[in-house]
Write a protein of this length. Structure first.
Length: 257
């Protein structure tokens, strides 16, 4: 059983809860090891199609790196798949939704930025404050935030370490949708339900095409690439089932194969 997170499975939905509320869900090396396995299992399980990640308790999604553990001589750094086993996981084609309740600071914000959708409760606070403690947001934050909201807006956050509210995050463009305080997971479930109405093969093809296409300078070139997930989608049963169900005026029976 995981010690530093909780994993629940509801049909094709996996819910991962960072579970160190006594330190505002800050993560240390043992937690990264554990979460790496959790995301490996999610990626490998054909029955799991969408995930939600959130934090235990009302105060925090994640306060980021457990600096007290590090200062006390604990092993520094994180695993090959990144902070929380997620921020360097560039080949995951299944969608992940961050349900942010309370603070998402440093590595906590980087976890959310590594997700495809961010749902923010009214009490959510975001920041990359690493420079205030002699560090830098090197678990993807310095790269993902500029690509999400533009360089100048991102620099305004990264060079000051300032806190940004859920509402401002929505206005800046890194928050997908807002939720009342305490309702981030409820709202995330609604978004997950909408994703689960779609073909999982199509969702994976869409995510991989969009993410890998960002690395290509022009749309004309990105358009011509044969992405692996698109090839799998075209060769799948879902590729046949979708048009058939539409013509027969019924809900499709997705197979994820």
């Amino acid at each position: 059983m995981p010690e530093f997170c909780k994993v629940e499975r509801e049909g094709p939905l996996t819910i991962v809860t960072l579970n160190r509320p006594e330190v505002m869900n800050a993560l240390h090396y043992p937690a990264h090891l554990e979460l790496e396995k959790v995301w490996n299992d999610f990626d490998a399980d054909p029955e799991q199609w969408v995930a939600i990640v959130t934090g235990a308790g009302p105060r925090a999604f994640s306060a980021g790196n457990d600096l007290k553990f590090q200062a006390g001589g604990g092993k520094r750094g994180f695993v090959a798949s990144g902070f929380a086993g997620l921020t360097s996981r560039h080949n995951l084609t299944k969608p992940i939704i961050a349900a942010v309740n309370g603070v998402a600071m440093g590595g906590g914000f980087e976890i959310a930025l590594a997700c495809d959708i961010i749902i923010a409760a009214a009490n959510a606070k975001f920041a990359l404050p690493e420079p205030k403690v002699g560090l830098a947001a090197l678990a993807g934050g310095v790269h993902r935030l500029p690509r999400t909201i533009g360089l100048k807006r991102a620099m305004g956050m990264m060079l000051t370490g300032r806190h940004v509210s859920a509402q401002e995050g929505y206005e800046l463009g890194f928050v997908t949708a807002l939720a009342p305080e305490g309702e981030a997971v409820t709202e995330a479930r609604k978004w997950a339900a909408q994703i689960l109405e779609c073909s999982p093969m199509s969702i994976r093809a869409t995510k991989q095409s969009a993410m890998q296409g960002l690395a290509i300078a022009d749309v004309a070139t990105a358009y011509k690439v044969d992405y692996d997930a698109v090839i799998r989608m075209r060769n799948s049963q879902d590729f046949i089932e979708g048009p058939k169900a539409f013509s027969e005026k019924r809900k499709p029976n997705w197979k994820s194969e």
